[in-house]
Design a protein around this ligand. Structure first.
Ligand code: GLY
Length: 369
């Protein structure tokens, strides 16, 4: 029997997260949402389509009015309004109306983009998240943030739109490309660092099993992360306050992602951004030197970068200013008061940010030293 976790929105039950080890229970979950009366459109990317597109379509098509699939080329470069426009065209051609439903089958790009289509098509239709990457299971599929990139700026256009269901099949993690898998681990570390010191210790203890994708350990890890995320988004669904804590590592991370033209994965940039934030926390004497180096080195066994080359630190600093995490022109930086407790801080100076960027920057001089 699959485990489930209900998520509230405005203190009322809104959707369940279902933790399963196959897609077998999906049709029944969808029945509960009344799909026998609905058209369904599975939105997925070319990579996930090859793996699961047809099997998920088959599972669902006999139980609904009509099921169609819209597949776009995989990659962050396609998380744009152009792809959204193509999706609208399919929905219009297939006669989708407001009572029909979308299904996001894929990772963070698919989930964010499908959610945005769902938030805007006919002023909003229902959607379901079927996250197929570690990153989307532990973070992006939960909490209703949807959107696309604009002119290379991450998630610059978007909306809050809660899914009707988040169905996780843990087994998909087994087929996940290694780099994608480890990229997701950066968001796992983030969850532990901001809210749960015991979970951070658990990650250290279970490092080997996590790298080896032990199913029981993975399930526990995903459940603990989603438990943290649930508590945060239930308290502050539209990021008026504490939800911003989930952005640990994202201000500098997003800047690196853009500067590197999306050649590094999101989680890889979050790892770098988290190290930079931990560095500032150490310099402010919130973390000890030992804690800073431990946090930094925790990314190494997971093949996540702890330095980045070929960047211009001044450009990264400039790009941090165009990230969305600003209030009244001031960056809302997330720092670590201690392991397991993050804080929002609007007083971080350009000098501190630059020093942190230089800490993770592997320059030509380092190479020749
Ligand atoms: N990924 C951060 C959030 O959902 O708020």
């Amino acid at each position: 029997m699959a485990q489930r976790l209900p998520v509230l929105y405005n203190k009322k039950p809104c959707y369940d997260i279902v933790y399963a080890r196959s897609f077998d229970g999906l049709a029944e979950e969808m029945q509960e949402l009344g799909v026998s009366e609905k058209r369904l459109c599975i939105i997925t990317d070319s990579t996930v389509d090859t793996l699961y597109g047809e099997s998920v379509l088959k599972l669902l098509e006999s139980n609904c009015v009509k099921a169609v699939k819209y597949v776009f080329p995989a990659g962050e470069a396609n998380k744009t309004l152009d792809t959204v426009k193509e999706a609208y065209k399919v929905l219009i051609e297939e006669g989708f109306d407001r009572k029909d439903m979308l299904i996001a089958l894929g990772g963070g790009v698919v989930g964010d983009l499908t959610g945005y289509v769902a938030a805007t098509y006919l002023r909003g239709i229902d959607f379901v998240q079927i996250p197929t990457t570690l990153l989307s299971q532990v973070d992006s599929s939960i909490g209703g943030k949807t959107g696309v990139d604009f002119d290379g700026y991450k998630n610059m256009v978007g909306a809050f739109k809660m899914p009707r269901l988040v169905y996780m099949n843990m087994k998909v993690l087994e087929t996940l490309e290694e780099r994608q898998y480890f990229s997701g681990f950066a968001e796992v570390m983030k969850s532990a660092l901001i809210k749960d010191a015991a979970f951070y210790e658990w990650l250290i203890e279970n490092m080997y099993e996590i790298c080896e994708k032990d199913m029981d350990i993975l399930e526990e890890m995903v459940m603990r992360c989603t438990g943290i995320k649930k508590l945060v988004v239930e308290k502050d669904p539209t990021e008026q306050g504490d939800r911003a804590l989930l952005n640990l590592g994202h201000t500098i991370g997003h800047a690196i992602e853009k500067a590197k033209n999306f050649e590094l994965y999101h989680g890889e940039c979050v790892a770098l951004g988290t190290i930079a934030a931990a560095y500032i926390s150490w310099k402010r004497e919130m973390l000890s030197m030992e804690e800073y180096y431990e946090v930094r080195d925790m990314f190494v066994p997971f093949y996540l970068p702890i330095t980045v080359d070929d960047i211009d630190p001044q450009e990264i600093l400039k790009l941090t200013k165009s990230d969305k995490k600003m209030k009244a022109g001031q960056i809302r930086f997330i720092l670590l008061k201690k392991i397991g407790k993050a804080v929002i801080d609007s007083t971080v100076t350009d000098e501190e940010i630059l020093a942190a960027i230089n800490e993770i920057y592997f320059s030509d001089e380092d190479a020749h030293a």
